[in-house]
Write a protein that binds this ligand. Structure first.
Ligand code: CU
Length: 121
């Protein structure tokens, strides 16, 4: 009797662990095609796909930091543009090599990924 109870608990825990371990298989691309202009916000395009299809209805933010210089951090809040595209803009102090820590969630699953991004002169 006691042993079977233990097995049931073990079984329940394994189901819980399997549920928590499911990481979303989203493919994330971040780009900015605009050339840098002082005092003008830079526009970023985030594309989230799954199996080649755009994923909509997500909440996405990013924290930008320059790779080799200290300019502090800049926060981006992306807006759903449909078809897997998300748009955000931020005022950057300069062009060059940046890194974006992108956080994406659908309310249940969460993905955090570091994306290097070059802001053209
Ligand atoms: Cu810099």
């Amino acid at each position: 009797m006691k042993k079977s109870y233990f097995l049931v608990v073990l079984f329940a825990i394994s189901i819980l662990l399997a549920g928590c371990g499911s990481t979303p298989s989203w493919n994330v691309e971040l780009s900015s095609n605009e050339a840098y202009q002082p005092d003008q916000p830079t526009v970023f395009d985030l594309v989230v796909t799954e199996g080649g299809n755009g994923v909509t209805g997500l909440q996405a933010t990013a924290i930008l930091e320059m790779k080799n210089m200290d300019h502090g951090t800049i926060e981006l809040n992306f807006e759903d543009k449909g078809d897997g595209h998300y748009s955000a803009s931020g005022l950057l102090p300069m062009s060059g090599e940046w890194e974006a820590l992108v956080n994406i969630t659908d309310g249940k699953n969460e993905l955090e990924v570091l994306k290097p991004i070059t802001i053209k002169e």
